[in-house]
Design a protein around this ligand. Structure first.
Ligand SMILES: N[C@@H](CCC(=O)N[C@@H](CS)C(=O)NCC(=O)O)C(=O)O
Length: 262
């Protein structure tokens, strides 16, 4: 069984919108496309490094002071006893370990998939200040008290004017629009009917935004109408797939945060 380590919030783990890491959503998308069952292990934001080290997950980057940076997602696969971190490497691992499942990174497209996934991160960066601002200031909080405290103390949450927020949304929309134009198909995937890692990256961005601006919000309704409804078709393609996720390890946590749950 595969265990996916991810950051928890006060949304119930059984809520389909639960989970705010766009990178974890890439892996969740992939596992569901592949039909591979897995257990979701939710941890708190300040515990990422400790838990990663305890299971032997490698760091994925460096902090500005040169120390190792540990991030979610990382997985443990009890069948092979392997631990893998970094979303692209996890998807690559799943492709090679489970060759009878849909391949997300066809060998000859490896570089293209990687460069595309990184370019999606550039779009995420446009909207990140608005996300950080909204997630920290929202009442009732979607973040657990410890995660909220950790995010605040990092000092990366800036106050933004309405104008700056509007600009960030416009940049995200324009960037997605450039992709939509170049794809020149109806979707639901980048390559039309054939799914690949690039879709996991796009899906991850929207799924993480849906955590914050759920289906009831104007932001979400607006996004789903962008570019001829292309992104809503991607979301529907995912929702139409059978569930493969188990929430057993989250039940304990659910009780702890039961009161704060929204
Ligand atoms: N390159 C990594 C990036 C993962 C990443 O940045 N994850 C964020 C959550 S969205 C994280 O764990 N951040 C921890 C931190 O900033 O300390 C991947 O693709 O998995």
């Amino acid at each position: 069984m595969i265990t996916l380590y991810d950051i928890r919030s006060t949304r119930s783990p059984t809520d389909p919108r639960s989970g705010y890491s766009p990178f974890s959503w890439r892996v969740r998308f992939t596992l569901r496309i592949k039909g591979l069952p897995y257990k979701h292990h939710w941890i708190e934001y300040p515990d990422i490094e400790g838990v990663a080290k305890s299971v032997g997950a490698d760091p994925t980057a460096e902090n500005p002071d040169g120390s190792s940076r540990y991030t979610v997602p990382f997985i443990h696969d009890s069948t092979t006893n392997k631990v893998v971190s970094n979303s692209f490497d996890i998807v690559d691992y799943l492709d090679s370990t489970y060759p009878d499942t849909i391949k997300m990174i066809p060998e000859e497209t490896r570089l293209l998939q990687s460069v595309f996934a990184d370019s999606v991160v550039t779009l995420q960066r446009y909207i990140f200040p608005v996300v950080a601002n909204t997630m920290v200031n929202r009442t009732p909080s979607l973040l657990t008290p410890r995660s909220l405290e950790a995010m605040r103390s990092r000092g990366s949450v800036l106050e933004l004017t309405d104008e700056q927020k509007k600009e960030a949304w416009a940049k995200l929309k324009d960037g997605m629009g450039d992709f939509a134009k170049l794809m020149n198909n109806e979707g639901p995937f980048v390559m039309g009917k054939k799914v690949c890692m690039a879709d996991a990256a796009l899906f991850g961005t929207f799924a993480a935004l849906r955590w914050l601006w759920d289906e009831t919000t104007n932001e979400w309704k607006d996004m789903m109408s962008w570019h001829g409804g292309r992104w809503s078709r991607l979301m529907e393609a995912f929702e139409g797939l059978p569930e493969v996720e188990k929430y057993s390890e989250a039940e304990g946590n659910l009780k702890i945060y039961g009161v704060a749950m929204v």
